[in-house]
Design a binder for this molecule. Structure first.
Ligand SMILES: [Zn+2]
Length: 436
């Protein structure tokens, strides 16, 4: 039995057991199909002392991220999300004021999809990205990028070389690091003593409420509420001062944190405090304090500070699986064709947990050319270019990146040309007629 990585407790309760699956980003090249493929248990538990939901670290980030298949720039809505964030952050923190040589660091900066907007504004920045192939793409796009994992030593090294950062951005990475305290100390090492850290991470509240169980995979070591994130930040010397709820990934948190000493509060992680330094640019403070309290209250009302909030989840996951299988089997027996759209990591949790193979889903398509000609891990479903849809005119298209629903209903409206329908498996099975 593993101990809680945040508080060391052994009081770990089962939330959902999804069996065993390969790493969700290990897409197989055709010449690997006859080789053994390791599968790892996927069993989410929650610590009943600090309420951090977590998976044991069976696969290290070094194994996952050395060569990574996910390029953020392939998602139109993701690029737009980054552009909006940069515009808001620059304004909120005054990063473009002329008397200030602002410095922005992004951790897990991927292919530079976000920092390129800082470069465009002439703001000094640096990406820290562990994947060699993805970091190389960022450098080609003109975004200075260091190929490195963040830990306290990397943080100190970057601070010594470039100076402290006015803003440190860490989006879609805070779940991906098993050493959450070491990573948080790394953020603290990077950020100026009066600077800001902005973190986007999936929200466990929506994961539970919306049956988003396919977002549980080995690369996500922990799943946060505002309450548990606040404790994790405090463990590395950062205090949570504001939170925004975002629709990304089906429901995410944007956490705004500052060095504990900048907030003038004891580092207990549970009392977001603001305004310790009058005169600083913190016009939003009373609203910020209210927002943290509001989300904490919602989490408490959902039962996430006690076991009751977690106990029903497993039965709802089983229902998602039954409904999807029933649909695929009945469609097959009616002689209708169903193919997939997208090959996201989360799709592989769903496909493996449901046991869906090419007899029920002959192929899926994806916009990322890296994946073309490869196969989904475990279930070995071929991944083809998107043009295959119009060539084959399938009766149903099962959409695996359901979190991009609005974007994809529009993008895939051509499926309606031949009377095809879109199928979304989560939060519950729904079949959508699209108008051409
Ligand atoms: Zn704990």
């Amino acid at each position: 039995m593993t101990r809680c990585r945040l508080c060391g407790s052994e009081a770990m309760a089962s939330v959902v057991d999804l069996g065993a699956t390969p790493p969700c980003e290990s897409f197989l090249a055709a010449d690997r199909l006859d080789e053994p493929e390791p599968a790892y248990p996927l069993h989410l538990r929650v610590c009943t002392d600090c309420w951090l939901a977590q998976l044991p670290p069976l696969i290290t980030p070094e194994e996952t991220f050395k060569e990574y298949a996910y390029f953020s720039s392939y998602s139109t809505s993701w690029v737009e999300h980054a552009r909006t964030f940069v515009a808001e952050a620059v304004q909120r923190l005054g990063l473009d004021s002329e008397d200030k040589d602002a410095f922005v660091v992004e951790v897990a900066s991927n292919d530079g999809y976000l920092l390129r907007h800082m470069v465009d504004r002439g703001i000094r920045c640096l990406g820290i990205e562990p994947s060699e192939n993805v970091g190389a793409a960022a450098r080609e796009a003109g975004v200075p990028t260091l190929t490195q994992f963040l830990d306290p030593a990397t943080g100190s090294h970057v601070r010594a070389e470039h100076g402290p950062a006015d803003l440190v951005v860490a989006n879609n990475v805070y779940a991906h690091i098993p050493d959450v305290v070491g990573f948080t100390r790394g953020l603290r090492a990077l950020v100026a003593d009066d600077g800001w850290v902005s973190i986007e991470v999936q929200h466990l509240l929506t994961l539970i409420e919306e049956n988003q169980y396919d977002t549980i995979y080995h690369e996500h070591f922990q799943y946060y509420t505002v309450a548990s994130a606040s404790r994790a930040l405090a463990g590395g010397g950062l205090a949570l001062v504001d939170v925004e709820l975002l629709p990304t990934h089906g429901g995410s948190l944007r956490l705004w944190a500052r060095p504990t000493e900048a907030t003038g509060e004891p580092a207990n992680g549970m009392s977001p405090a603001l305004g310790a330094h009058p005169g600083r640019r913190l016009g939003e403070e009373p609203r910020a304090r209210g927002r943290v309290a509001d989300v904490l209250a919602r989490e408490k009302a959902a039962g996430l500070q006690e076991l009751s909030g977690y106990t029903e989840f497993s039965a709802r996951v089983a229902k998602v699986r039954r409904d999807l299988l029933k649909f695929l089997i009945e469609a097959a027996e009616r002689g209708e064709t169903v193919v997939g759209y997208g090959a996201p990591g989360k799709g592989n949790t769903l496909l493996n947990h449901c046991g869906i193979r090419p007899d029920l889903l002959p192929y899926t398509v994806d916009r990322n050319p890296y994946k073309h000609g490869r196969f989904t891990p475990g279930t070995r479903i071929p991944i083809l270019p998107p043009e295959q849809l119009a060539a084959d005119r399938p009766d149903h298209v099962l959409v695996l990146p359901w979190n991009l629903r609005a974007e994809l209903v529009e993008q895939l409206s051509f499926v309606g040309d031949w009377g095809g329908r879109l199928v979304f498996p989560i939060p519950e099975l729904s079949i959508v007629e699209v108008k051409p």
